[in-house]
Design a protein around this ligand. Structure first.
Ligand SMILES: Nc1ncnc2c1ncn2[C@@H]1O[C@H](COP(=O)(O)OP(=O)(O)OP(=O)(O)O)[C@@H](O)[C@H]1O
Ligand SMILES: [Mg+2]
Length: 371
């Protein structure tokens, strides 16, 4: 807007200037008048370039109106000279109109080109988003394949290990009754029973991951599930001298989920966080509602610890079944957790800065509350 006003002012000034030259220059200097006559083309062409057809024509008409009295009253009587000058006025208008028309067309073509370029860019963005989705789906398929082989192995393993484990535990319990508590042998048998239980848990974890059990989804208030988990591990956190904080959410976050599975997933994440955090460190859990343009509303649950963090090489493998950096870890925690979250239509992401800490970010679709 501002530049348009400036341009109009410049055009008006130049027409005024050239006209003054015409009116004030004595007629016995015709060669100067010839030059001034041509000078009018400058504002006319500029107006046509800046404002298109109507601008060019308006400027040439303005020039005609200002210039005509000069021919009529100052040159009047020199018929041949006048004729040539009137012809020049016709030319002004032709040049103003034609140049304006051409400039306008050029500008319209530029706008069209711009639109086409934007359309192309949009298509490119969509194509890129789609190819990213395809890559993600491929990755999921690859994982599913890995897990299904694992499932078959798990079924065989469970069969082969669980039954003898049951017998070992049963007989150990019978043997334990032969010794009084405090007796060294009683302690050994206790250890034996505990270790059998641990083995049994590993097999169960294994099975849970491999065989998707029918889940019972219902209304789940995230904060309540988190409170249960915090109660469950608060003792452990206290012993480790870690500050465990569950932040209150701004509003109740409700999802459709299998509460037990969700608790299992959250527990795996919190235990990892506690195990990674040194004494006097902290583990912080918060829930936030999110809404983006493309996705339907979801909740983001963040588990942030001030632990050792995860280096890039480890990060690439943390979701691999059996990958662990712990002496007594099974390496199944995160693999199971991710499976649970994905079965709820959610996503699981881990961000970490070695030496600073780790954030595990769970996103779950919000339940549409029916009134
Ligand atoms: N909060 C965390 N901070 C640092 N490292 C982590 C964290 N969470 C997970 N990890 C890394 O990811 C690996 C895999 O975790 P995952 O829970 O799958 O198995 P695990 O904890 O080793 O074994 P399990 O869960 O059976 O006890 C861990 O061994 C650890 O190296
Ligand atoms: Mg773990």
């Amino acid at each position: 807007m501002k530049t348009s006003v400036l341009r109009i002012a410049l055009l008006a000034l130049s027409i005024l200037g050239i006209s003054l030259l015409h009116y004030l220059t004595p007629l016995h200097l015709p060669f100067l008048h010839d030059i001034f006559q041509r000078l009018y083309y400058l504002p006319i062409i500029l107006a046509a370039l800046w404002f298109g057809f109507s601008g060019g024509l308006a400027c040439s008409l303005a020039v005609s109106v200002v210039y005509a009295p000069h021919i009529l009253f100052q040159w009047g009587g020199h018929l041949t000279v006048e004729m040539e000058k009137y012809l020049e006025i016709v030319l002004y208008n032709i040049v103003g109109g034609v140049t304006g028309l051409l400039a306008q067309r050029e500008r319209e073509r530029g706008v069209e080109l711009q639109k086409t370029a934007e359309g192309l860019e949009e298509s490119y963005r969509k194509l890129q988003a789609q190819s990213e989705r395809i890559i993600a789906i491929e990755e999921q398929l690859r994982r599913a394949e890995k897990l299904s082989t694992l499932g078959e192995m798990a079924a065989v393993l469970a069969h082969e290990i669980r039954n003898p484990l049951g017998s070992i535990r049963g007989t150990a319990e019978i043997l334990r009754d032969d010794y009084r508590p405090g007796d060294a042998k009683h302690e050994f048998i206790e250890i034996q029973i505990r270790e059998t239980e641990r083995l049994n848990r590993v097999v169960e974890d294994f099975l849970r991951m491999a065989r998707p059990q029918p889940s019972e989804k219902g209304r789940c208030v995230i904060q309540e599930e988190l409170e249960t988990i915090v109660t469950l591990v608060s003792n452990d956190a206290r012993e480790r001298r870690i500050r465990l904080v569950l932040e209150p959410p701004a509003a109740d976050a409700v999802v459709r989920a299998d509460g037990e599975k969700l608790r299992q997933a959250f527990l795996n994440i919190v235990i990892n966080a506690l195990q990674a955090t040194p004494p006097e460190g902290s583990v912080d859990i918060s829930t936030m509602p999110c809404q983006s343009d493309t996705d339907s509303p979801f909740y983001e649950i963040r588990f942030r610890d001030s632990g050792a963090g995860i280096d890039a090489a480890t990060m690439e493998r943390i979701f691999e079944p059996f990958f662990t950096t712990k002496q007594d870890g099974t390496g199944l925690g995160l693999a199971i957790t991710r499976k649970i979250i994905e079965a709820h239509g959610g996503t699981l992401r881990v961000e970490s800065e070695p030496g600073q800490g780790t954030s595990v970010i769970v996103r779950l679709p919000a339940q549409e509350e029916t009134p």
